[in-house]
Design a protein around this ligand. Structure first.
Ligand code: RUB
Length: 298
């Protein structure tokens, strides 16, 4: 994004908090662009650090945000110049978009032979993979789960339909029924822990269990900047809790609402992760992170 079009840090932080900008890769690119724009305006190191903290505090679960910010801010540590921060922001956004295309191709190959696939939530990585698969050989259908409470599945259904993929839309509770005719499941993720557990939209863990029970392969499409070397397992990743009103519009006296919006899918229920480097068993994702990002993050 040209620096003049970069959002201000406050606008970017608000857009991420309110989910106007959402999805793990998009929030990472948005934060990187905001930091790049600020650096381009010759911000001091102190201003950049304050901005990085503001952006980091917006959403807690997706490590893509932290990895992007640490990578961009690494420019200050290396050479102490805002110019380096700007160059790193540009490079991150460019590399992130290229990585998604590669993930899509790798995911598309994992889906080869599957005529009906199922996805949950709204992941650009998973959508790119489904579109790649459909371009090679038309799918019979992509089944899209609604994804309560925010209904991100509606966005996915629209995106896939616009790309010409035949879409069937089902409520989350229909997942076991849907799996009777599904050949493969593919989701995105917000974070991949060091042991290969993934953290994704609430309902993904249940979907992986139902897929295992039904003997349906479970794939994840993700760029390597979603790997978190500091979380040994998915249970160390902070899970975002959102407002009660997303679940119950009107409060009911005496009823407490819990609204955790992500959950942990254990590595042993994931067949392969489509990373930009190729199909990867979950427990080998960390070494891919180290080879790509090990020397680049702060
Ligand atoms: C979005 C979500 C997506 C991942 C991956 O949650 O869980 O599956 O972020 O998305 P939310 P992508 O709507 O709460 O941000 O592949 O686009 O990075």
């Amino acid at each position: 994004m040209p620096p003049r079009e970069a959002p201000t840090v406050e606008d970017a932080a608000t857009a991420i908090e309110t989910m106007e900008v959402r999805g793990a890769a998009k929030i990472a690119r948005h934060a990187a662009s905001a930091l790049g724009g600020l650096a381009h305006r010759d911000a001091s190191a102190g201003e950049l650090r304050e901005a990085a903290d503001r952006l980091l505090a917006t959403r807690p679960t997706a490590v893509s945000l932290r990895n992007a910010i640490e990578y961009v801010m690494g420019g200050l540590d290396d050479e102490g110049s805002s110019e380096t921060v700007y160059a790193r922001a540009e490079r991150f956004v460019h590399d992130a978009l290229r990585a998604r295309e590669r993930v899509g191709r790798v995911g598309g190959r994992l889906l080869q032979g599957a005529s009906t696939v199922l996805t949950h939530c709204n992941s650009q990585a998973a959508i790119t993979a489904i579109e790649a698969r459909h371009a090679t050989e038309p799918l019979d259908a992509a089944i899209v789960l609604e994804t309560r409470p925010w209904r991100q599945g509606l966005i996915t259904a629209r995106q896939l339909a616009e790309a010409g993929v035949p879409v069937r839309f089902m409520v989350d509770a229909a997942m076991a029924t849907a799996l009777e005719e599904v050949d493969a499941v593919i989701t995105g993720c917000d974070t991949i822990a060091a042991n290969g557990d993934i953290v994704n939209k609430i309902g993904t863990a249940l979907l992986s269990l139902a897929a295992q029970e039904a003997g349906v392969p479970f794939y994840v499409a993700a760029e390597s900047f979603k790997i978190d070397p500091r979380s040994a397992t998915g249970h160390e990743v902070p899970i975002e809790e959102r407002e009660d009103t997303e679940v119950l519009e009107e409060p009911i006296p005496g009823v407490e609402v819990d609204n955790p919006v992500f959950d942990v899918t254990p590595a042993d229920r994931i067949d392969q992760i489509a990373l930009e480097t190729g199909p990867t068993p979950p427990n080998q994702a960390l070494s891919v992170f180290e080879s790509i990002w090990g020397t680049k993050t702060a």
